[in-house]
Design a binder for this molecule. Structure first.
Ligand SMILES: NC(=O)C1=CN([C@@H]2O[C@H](COP(=O)(O)OP(=O)(O)OC[C@H]3O[C@@H](n4cnc5c(N)ncnc54)[C@H](OP(=O)(O)O)[C@@H]3O)[C@@H](O)[C@H]2O)C=CC1
Ligand SMILES: CC(=O)N[C@@H](CCC(=O)OP(=O)(O)O)C(=O)O
Length: 315
C-alpha cells in the first residue's frame, strides 16, 4: 500500500527534514506543491484533502488556517506548530507519553507534534509525576540549551550571517512565558509552570534540557533517592525504540567532564540521564531538535497512526 503524504511548508526547516525522511521510503508518495503556489489556499486545500497524512510545517496562524481547509474526514493532520498542542480535540504526538498514547495516536486524525524543549522536558518529568516522586504541585525549574535551527529559517539565516555578537550563548524567554509552557504543564500533569530558561547557542542543532532537584523535596517532602528516579525512568521506557535511559551517573559522561548536547543529532533518539549526589540530582535529556524534537517525531507519529513499523525510515 502506498500512502499519499503532503507537507504544507515543504521548503521550511522542519518540512525539508520531513521530506528527507520520506525520501528514503517506498511506502509513501509525497504530493508536492508548485513553490509559486505555496500560499495559494485553493491549491493547498486540494493537496491537503488528497493526502492520507498531511504535515503542517508552518507558523501557528498558517497551521490553524490549514486545519480549517481540510474537509476530507480521512486526512490525518500532524501539526508541527504550537497551535494545537493543548487542544482537547487533538492528540499529543508523543507515543512514549503514557501507555495509552499510541492507541490515541492510531485513532485520531488530528495529531499535534510536541515542541522540542517540551519533548525533552516531558520525557524526563512525566514518569516521575506518574510515580509520585514529583508531586504535581512541587515547584520545579528547567534550563534548555538549543541549537539555532530551532528558530526556523530566519534564525538560521541570522546565525549564518557571521555576526560576531551571536558567538556567545543567548538566554531568552526572559518574560517567563515561553510558548512551550502550556504543553509542558499539561502533559506532565503539573499544577505549576516550571521556571523555564531556554538558551540558544552558535550551533545548528542539538538540544538538552536540565531539571535540577533537591532529593528532599521529592515524594511530597518525604524524600527519595537517585535510584528511585533512575528506576522510574528505566521502568517507563523499557523497550522504547527511541528512548535511551543511560546508567545512573553515566560514567562515560562524567569521565569526559562535560555533557555533549549534540550527541543525539541526526537521530530520532532522546537520551535521558540522572546525575546525582546523596542530596541533589540533575535530570538531563538530549535530542536533535529537528529529530525527536520535530521532524523525526512527526514521522514516528505518522508510522504509529498508519499502523506501520514505528521505526520505519528513522534511526
Ligand atoms: N525548527 C525547529 O526545530 C522546530 C520548529 N517547530 C515548528 O514547526 C513549524 C515550522 O517551523 P520551521 O520549519 O522551523 O519554520 P520555517 O520558518 O523554517 O518554515 C516555515 C515555512 O512555512 C512557510 N509558510 C509560512 N506561511 C505560510 C502560508 N500561509 N502558507 C504556506 N506556507 C507558509 C514558509 O514559507 P516562506 O518562508 O517561503 O514564506 C516556510 O517555508 C513552526 O510552527 C515551528 O514553530 C517545531 C519544532 C521544532
Ligand atoms: C531556538 C528557538 O528559538 N527555538 C524555538 C523552539 C522551537 C520549537 O520546538 O518550537 P515550536 O515547535 O513550538 O515552534 C523557541 O524557543 O521558540
Amino acid at each position: 500500500m502506498t500512502y499519499h503524504v503532503y507537507v504544507d511548508g515543504q521548503e521550511g526547516t522542519t518540512g525539508l527534514r520531513i521530506n528527507e525522511y520520506l525520501a528514503r521510503r517506498n511506502d509513501v508518495e509525497v504530493l508536492r506543491i508548485d513553490p509559486e503556489r505555496r500560499k495559494d489556499n485553493a491549491e493547498r486545500a486540494r493537496l491537503l484533502n488528497a493526502a492520507d497524512v498531511a504535515f503542517l510545517c508552518l507558523p501557528d496562524v498558517a497551521a490553524r488556517e490549514a486545519a480549517a481547509l481540510v474537509t476530507n474526514p480521512n486526512t490525518c493532520l500532524i501539526d508541527a506548530s504550537t497551535a494545537h498542542r493543548t487542544s482537547s480535540d487533538w492528540v499529543f504526538g508523543l507515543p512514549e507519553l503514557a501507555p495509552e498514547q499510541r492507541e490515541k495516536i492510531r485513532r485520531s486524525k488530528r495529531i499535534s507534534n510536541p515542541g522540542c524543549h517540551s519533548t525533552a522536558f516531558i520525557l524526563l518529568v512525566r514518569p516521575l509525576v506518574d510515580a509520585g516522586l514529583i508531586a504535581p504541585d512541587m515547584p520545579i525549574s528547567a534550563t534548555s540549551i538549543t541549537g539555532y535551527s530551532g528558530g526556523g529559517k530566519k534564525m538560521i539565516e541570522q546565525y549564518e550571517s557571521g555576526d560576531p555578537a551571536l558567538l556567545a550563548p543567548r538566554p531568552y524567554g526572559l518574560g517567563l512565558s515561553h510558548k512551550h509552557l502550556p504543553e509542558m504543564k499539561a502533559h506532565t500533569r503539573m499544577a505549576l509552570d516550571p521556571v523555564f530558561l531556554p538558551i540558544v547557542g552558535p550551533f545548528l542543532k542539538g538540544l538538552s534540557v536540565t531539571v535540577p532537584l533537591h532529593l528532599s523535596q521529592l515524594n511530597s517532602g518525604r524524600g527519595a533517592s537517585a535510584n528511585d528516579l533512575q528506576r522510574a525512568l528505566d521502568e517507563r521506557y523499557a523497550g522504547e525504540p527511541f528512548i535511551r535511559v543511560m546508567p545512573l551517573r553515566d560514567a562515560a559522561t562524567l569521565a569526559q567532564g562535560h555533557f555533549n548536547v549534540q550527541a543525539a543529532n541526526d537521530t530520532n533518539r532522546a537520551d535521558l540521564f540522572v546525575f546525582a549526589t546523596e542530596t541533589q540530582a540533575l535530570l538531563m535529556s538530549r535530542l536533535d531538535n529537528l529529530g525527536k524534537g520535530a521532524s523525526g517525531a512527526a514521522v514516528q507519529s505518522m508510522n504509529v497512526h498508519l499502523g506501520l513499523e514505528e521505526t520505519a525510515g528513522l534511526v
